[in-house]
Design a protein around this ligand. Structure first.
Ligand SMILES: Cc1ncc(COP(=O)(O)O)c(C=O)c1O
Length: 381
């Protein structure tokens, strides 16, 4: 198979400030394993900026979700409600503990977990509702938190897309008892692979530190709060090297500039594609008035699967990479193993066939973006 060389990739990582300087400094400081100077700086940044009681960096959002599943003691027989339109980790992290994912359909406007579909999925075995703020646009948190409170189930926000987004003026990631972030290369702020657990319920802080450090109380030991450390609970190794944290902290420092750049790129796509979309039956993203989005991605909803595939091929011929997103979880091999059946979540299935994401990265130049837009406008669907 010959590989296409794209002139405009879907994503391109970039240095935005002091990444290399801080990396070198981390090495010179003689501490490149976990929880060094830069990791603590990152924790401090997230806690202050978002106003969360505790933030812990992890090696990925996937690992933050796994840590959350251990922390909430999920086990065989428990049920976890997850949106059918999400990345595998949203469900897999809980399935690893033996819990059964129960798939909920999404809203046709924001593609977020449909709050109206949650109640009828709740059973006496339901322990958690996991939600995703798709594309960094908030779920209907007022309603979801009310349902969770009434039914006595926990809420975990998989906020992989939504860092700095807000719902009714409040940061995404601050609603559930726990929330998870991703700093994977495709995210607004990155260190290649990385993540964080945000702990909004302080009761979980001490145990989260233990689980993240191989089930030991080493974090307390390093703080001088214990005279030795040993195996005290279940755990794994979820903390990143301080070299990754050094890279990440430089990106945090530049977050205002990154967000402003992404806002400009998003708005340019939206403005320049509006007429073409209207004329071709294509839907642009919906951002409700009460949501400040995180400007994580720009997607289009094409009228059909065939037209979506034609769109991707057209851009590919001009060496521009556009990509589809999630295969619905409930129709995947594992989803079917857990009882998912095609037809269960029709909105997720339809959106999965019709959605395409456009090139979107911090260094996407105006010339490149105009080329993407012109290439799209050549198309009559
Ligand atoms: C909604 C969602 N959750 C979790 C993840 C996994 O993130 P990570 O690659 O940091 O493990 C992704 C990946 O993009 C995602 O889209």
């Amino acid at each position: 198979m010959t590989q296409v060389r794209y002139n405009i990739p879907f994503n391109r990582p970039a240095l935005v400030g002091n990444e290399l300087k801080y990396l070198a400094k981390a090495v010179r400081m003689g501490h490149i394993s976990g929880d060094g100077f830069y990791t603590l700086q990152c924790h401090d940044f997230l806690e202050r900026k978002l106003g969360v009681p505790k933030a812990l960096l992890t090696t990925s959002c996937t690992h933050a979700l796994e840590l959350a599943a251990v922390l909430l003691d999920l086990k065989e027989g428990d049920e976890v409600i997850v949106p059918a339109f999400s990345f595998v980790s949203t469900a897999n992290a809980f399935a690893l503990r033996g819990a059964r994912p129960v798939f909920a359909d999404i809203r046709p406007d924001t593609l977020n977990l449909d709050e109206a579909k949650i109640s009828k999925l709740i059973t006496p075995k339901t322990r958690v509702i996991v939600l995703v703020h798709y594309a960094g646009v908030g779920c209907e948190m007022d309603r979801i938190m009310e349902i969770a409170y009434r039914q006595n189930v926990d809420v975990i926000e998989d906020n992989a897309h939504g860092l700095f987004g807000k719902y009714r003026g409040r940061f995404l990631g601050t609603f559930g008892c726990l929330a998870t972030q991703s700093f994977h290369e495709t995210k607004n702020i990155t260190c290649g692979e990385g993540g964080a657990l945000l702990i909004n319920d302080p009761r979980f802080i001490e145990r989260a530190e233990v689980i993240r450090e191989k089930g030991t109380n080493r974090t307390r030991f390093f703080r001088g709060e214990a005279d030795k450390y040993s195996w005290v609970d279940l755990g794994s190794s979820y903390l990143p090297s301080d070299m990754l944290s050094a890279f990440l902290f430089a990106q945090f420092e530049a977050h205002a500039q990154i967000q402003a750049t992404r806002q400009r790129i998003w708005k340019y796509y939206y403005r320049e594609l509006a007429d073409w979309a209207n004329a071709n039956g294509v839907r642009l993203p919906v951002v409700p008035e009460h949501c400040d989005q995180a400007y994580h991605m720009f997607y289009l909803l094409l009228p059909s699967f065939q037209k979506r595939q034609h769109f991707i091929s057209h851009l590919k011929e001009r060496r521009i990479l556009s990509v589809f997103h999630y295969v619905p979880l409930h129709t995947s091999k594992m989803g079917r193993h857990y009882g998912g059946t095609p037809g269960d979540c029709p909105v997720a299935e339809m959106m999965s066939e019709r959605l395409v994401r456009l090139p979107f990265y911090n260094e996407l130049s105006e010339v490149e973006q105009s080329r993407v837009i012109d290439t799209i406008r050549e198309l009559t669907l």
